[in-house]
Design a protein around this ligand. Structure first.
Ligand SMILES: Cc1ncc(COP(=O)(O)O)c(C=O)c1O
Length: 296
């Protein structure tokens, strides 16, 4: 089911002036509906579902504008898999929006969780008891960040190896950290892998590294470019994204990739990423998320 995405060299004044070559892996172009890391992450999960034939459906979690629930509902529809989505209702306000309209149209069953219930999403003993009617379903964590998702994400880097033996830097956004962990599984010892956190939180970097067992000092999670936290996109970030798009024609979402590209530019400006270096930037898609942002 997986397509192939191009690797494009980006012609942007800041990169050119500073002599840094930035290549963007256009996973946003993998599929017209299921773009970016969601396609990569779900590939082997859906395959596992189909080969084991022991599940009756798939259950997962997500926010009301989640790229993951959008992608999962679409793929389940394609593959004829019953799909149940446990959606954070954020005080009951967020039950109608374009993401949820799509998901309903593709036949997923939605169950809305209060903020308090949603906090238990990583606690199997809670949700397995609360939703015991789905005990024979395949449960996928928030963001599609199942251990099987790493293998699919890794392919976004490994499929560039014929063209590029290695890069100096690999940059990607970080939410749950599964994308970073997938890239880490195929990075080379001479490469630096830096993830940019889209979320605010003390010791977030350490907990992600611990969770995915990312011990190498060549892997860093940079936490200073969250712009106020998940989903926040102040004017400075928006202005940057407009100008970047004007010059390059590359559209980036404000929640994940926009922050990562901003961070990359800052690191080039201050010389942390120096002249002569080559950067791999993973565009993880998420452009449907703009719809939520425009409603704010
Ligand atoms: C578009 C997009 N990019 C990046 C991420 C972050 O990926 P991860 O959760 O694997 O860190 C997400 C959320 O999962 C996403 O939807």
């Amino acid at each position: 089911m997986l397509g192939f995405s191009p690797l494009e060299r980006i012609d942007y004044s800041l990169f050119n002036e500073n002599g840094v070559s930035v290549f963007v892996k256009r996973d946003d172009e993998l599929h017209p509906v299921v773009s970016g890391n969601k396609f990569r992450k779900l590939k082997y999960i859906i395959e596992e579902y189909k080969t084991t034939q022991s599940y009756k459906g798939i259950v997962s979690f997500g926010g009301a504008f989640s790229n993951h629930i959008h992608a999962l509902a679409y793929l389940c529809r394609q593959e004829n898999i019953p799909c149940v989505l446990l959606v954070r209702s954020a005080g009951g306000k967020a039950r109608e929006n374009p993401t949820l309209d799509d998901v309903r149209q593709w036949g997923a069953d939605l169950i809305f969780l209060s903020d308090g219930q949603y906090k238990q999403r990583a606690n199997p003993s809670w949700y397995e008891k609360e939703f015991s009617q789905y005990s024979d379903y395949l449960w996928i964590p928030e963001g599609g960040s199942h251990p099987l998702s790493l293998r699919g994400v890794a392919e976004s880097l490994s499929e560039t190896r014929e063209e590029f033996d290695s890069f100096n830097y690999i940059i990607c956004p970080v939410g749950t950290g599964a994308t970073l962990a997938g890239l880490a599984s195929v990075m080379k010892s001479e490469e630096e892998l830096w993830g940019i956190s889209a979320l605010k939180g003390s010791q977030f970097d350490q907990s992600i590294k611990r969770h995915w067992q990312l011990e190498s000092h060549h892997i860093k999670i940079l936490t200073q470019w969250h712009f106020g936290g998940y989903g926040k996109a102040p004017t400075r970030l928006q202005e940057f994204l407009k100008e970047f798009y004007r010059q390059t024609g590359l559209l980036l979402d404000p929640i994940y990739n926009g922050k990562s590209m901003f961070a990359l530019c800052e690191m080039i400006k201050c010389g942390l990423i120096a002249r002569g270096n080559t950067v791999f930037f993973l565009h993880t898609g998420g452009l449907q998320g703009w719809r939520g942002y425009q409603n704010k």
